[in-house]
Design a protein around this ligand. Structure first.
Ligand SMILES: Cc1ncc(COP(=O)(O)O)c(C=O)c1O
Length: 459
C-alpha cells in the first residue's frame, strides 16, 4: 500500500471496496475521507488534515490511536505463536485474556467464550441461552425478548434480536420467536413508586405471560441503549429486569459491546447499575480496535451445565478465529494499560466537565432538544424548536443528517456520527483517554454543528 498514492487509494476504494452501511451516492462522491493515520484522539486524512475522533472509531478505540505498547504485544505474539485454536487445546494468550476479563467482571461471570465481533458475541449468547435450557431439560425455551430500536448486530440471529425495522426489512424471514418491548426513553420512576411501575417493564411482564414463560430463553438489553440515543436506564430498572428474569427462569443478557471496558466509567455497564447478568456480550473496547475480538462472559454454572450435559457435553458452536492468539494478546495489553493508567478514573473525573459543556451547548441552541448519556457516551438530540415544542419535519431531518451536520463537522475537523435512528441526533463517544482540552475541542465542534442546525432550521 505504501507505493499507492492517495488519489489511487480513493479510486481503488470506489472501484473495489464494498462499503458497510453507506449509501452508494456517498461512496461515489469524490470527497469522502481516506484516513491514513491515528494518534491519540486524532485522525489524519490523506491530505494531512487532522480530525478529532469524536466517536472513538465506532465506539471502540477506547485507549486512543497510535500506541506502541499494544502493537508490540501483537508483534511478539505473532512471532511466538501466530495461530492456535480454542478447540481441544489452549494457548497462553487466550487463557490470560480470559482470566483477566473474568477478574474484572462481576463475581460469578467466570468463563469467557471468545469470538471476533459484537454480532458474533450476540449470536453466541443466543445459542448459549438455548443450549443451557436444553441441558436442563427445558428445550421449549427458545424465544428472545429485546427492546425497540436496540441494535444488537447484523448476522441473521443477532439481526432478529435487533429492534430497528429498516435494518431487517431486506432480509426476512429472520429467526422466529423474537419479541420487542418498549425502550426507556422518557421513563422515570415517580416519587413513591418503583421500577416495576415503568410501562416498559410492565410490557416485559405482559409479553412473557403472553408467550408463556416456559418458552422464553433470554432477555437482551444494553446497559445504556445506543440506538435511539444513549438511553440511560431509570433508577432501579436493571434490578427490576434482573428480578423479572429470575422470577420466570429467563436468562438476562447484558449486551455490552459498547458499554463494557470503561465507556460508562466502569469495567462493565451492568456493574455500574449494580446487577450481574447471566451472560454478558462484549467486543469493541476489549482491544480498543487494535485487533478484532468479541466474546461472551458466561455465568459459571451455565457453562458447567452445558459442559456436563449428558446429551452433548460441549457447546455446539465455534469459529476458526475464536480466541485468536494475536487478538487475545492485544486484549491483555489493552486492558492492562487501561487498568494501569486509570483510564476509568479519567472518565469518571471528566464526566461532570463533559456534561456541563453539553448543558452549555443545549442552552445556546434552540434546536437542541436535550442531551442524554453518561461517562463518555452521549447523544445530542435535535428538534425544530425546543421552546415551542415544534418537531423537525421529515425533510429537515434528512437534510440535517445527510448534509448539514456532515458539512459542519468537516468544517471544524470533527468526525462523529449524525444518527437518524428514531430521532435526529449527534452521537459522541470519544476515546477514554481524552483530557479536558480534547473535550473542549469536541464541545466546540458540537456547538458549531448545533449553530449550523439552528441556521438551517431558523434561517
Ligand atoms: C450493542 C451492540 N451489540 C452488537 C453490535 C454488533 O457488533 P459488531 O459490529 O462488532 O458486529 C454492536 C455494534 O455496534 C452494538 O453496539
Amino acid at each position: 500500500m505504501s507505493t499507492t498514492n492517495t488519489g489511487e487509494i480513493r479510486s481503488l476504494a470506489q472501484r473495489h471496496l464494498f462499503p458497510h452501511f453507506t449509501r452508494g451516492q456517498v461512496w461515489a462522491d469524490a470527497g469522502f475521507p481516506v484516513i491514513v493515520r491515528g494518534e491519540g484522539c486524532y485522525l489524519y486524512d490523506d491530505g494531512g488534515r487532522r480530525f478529532l475522533d469524536g466517536l472513538a472509531g465506532l465506539f471502540c478505540v477506547n485507549m486512543g490511536h497510535g500506541r506502541s505498547d499494544i502493537p508490540a504485544a501483537a508483534t511478539k505474539q505473532m512471532e511466538q505463536l501466530a495461530y492456535w485454536t480454542n478447540w481441544s487445546a489452549a494457548h497462553p494468550a487466550s487463557a490470560e485474556a480470559a482470566g483477566l476479563i473474568a477478574g474484572l467482571a462481576p463475581e460469578g461471570l467466570e468463563r469467557v467464550f471468545f469470538v471476533n465481533s459484537g454480532s458474533e458475541a450476540v449470536e453466541s449468547a443466543i445459542k448459549l441461552a438455548r443450549q443451557y435450557h436444553v441441558s436442563r431439560g427445558q428445550a421449549g425455551r427458545t424465544k428472545i425478548i429485546a427492546r425497540d430500536m436496540a441494535y444488537h448486530g447484523t448476522t441473521l440471529g443477532a439481526l432478529a434480536v435487533t429492534g430497528i425495522p429498516k435494518y431487517k426489512e431486506p432480509f426476512g424471514p429472520l429467526m422466529p420467536g423474537v419479541r420487542h418491548i418498549p425502550h426507556t426513553l422518557g421513563e422515570t420512576v415517580l416519587d413513591g413508586g418503583t421500577a416495576s411501575d415503568l410501562p416498559s417493564l410492565k410490557a416485559l411482564v405482559e409479553v412473557i405471560e403472553e408467550e408463556g414463560p416456559e418458552t422464553v430463553a433470554a432477555v437482551f438489553a444494553e446497559p445504556v441503549q445506543n440506538s435511539r440515543g444513549a438511553l440511560v436506564p431509570p433508577t432501579g430498572y436493571w434490578q427490576e429486569l434482573r428480578s423479572i428474569c429470575d422470577r420466570y427462569g429467563i436468562l438476562l443478557v447484558s449486551d455490552e459491546v459498547i458499554c463494557a471496558y470503561g465507556r460508562l466509567g466502569d469495567w462493565f455497564g451492568s456493574a455500574k447499575y449494580g446487577v450481574t447478568p447471566d451472560l454478558l456480550t462484549f467486543a469493541k473496547g476489549a482491544t480498543s480496535g487494535y485487533a478484532p475480538l468479541g466474546g461472551v462472559l458466561v455465568r459459571d454454572d451455565i457453562a458447567e451445565s452445558i459442559l456436563t450435559s449428558p446429551r452433548s457435553g460441549s457447546f455446539t458452536h465455534g469459529a476458526t478465529w475464536g480466541g485468536h492468539p494475536v487478538s487475545t494478546a492485544v486484549a491483555v495489553a489493552n486492558l492492562t494499560a487501561m487498568r494501569d493508567e486509570d483510564v476509568l478514573g479519567n472518565v469518571r473525573r471528566l464526566e461532570p466537565y463533559f456534561q456541563a459543556g453539553l448543558d452549555r451547548v443545549r442552552d445556546a441552541h434552540s434546536t437542541v432538544l436535550e442531551w442524554r448519556g453518561t461517562g463518555f457516551f452521549y447523544a445530542v438530540e435535535f428538534t425544530g424548536d425546543r421552546e415551542s415544542g415544534r418537531p423537525l419535519t421529515e425533510e429537515q431531518s434528512v437534510d440535517l443528517v445527510r448534509q448539514v451536520m456532515p458539512e459542519a463537522m468537516r468544517r471544524v475537523n470533527l468526525i462523529t456520527r449524525p444518527d437518524d435512528r428514531g430521532a435526529t441526533m449527534l452521537m459522541l463517544s470519544p476515546p477514554l483517554v481524552a483530557d479536558e482540552s480534547v473535550l473542549d475541542e469536541l464541545l466546540a465542534g458540537v456547538d458549531a454543528v448545533a449553530s449550523a442546525v439552528d441556521r438551517h432550521i431558523h434561517g
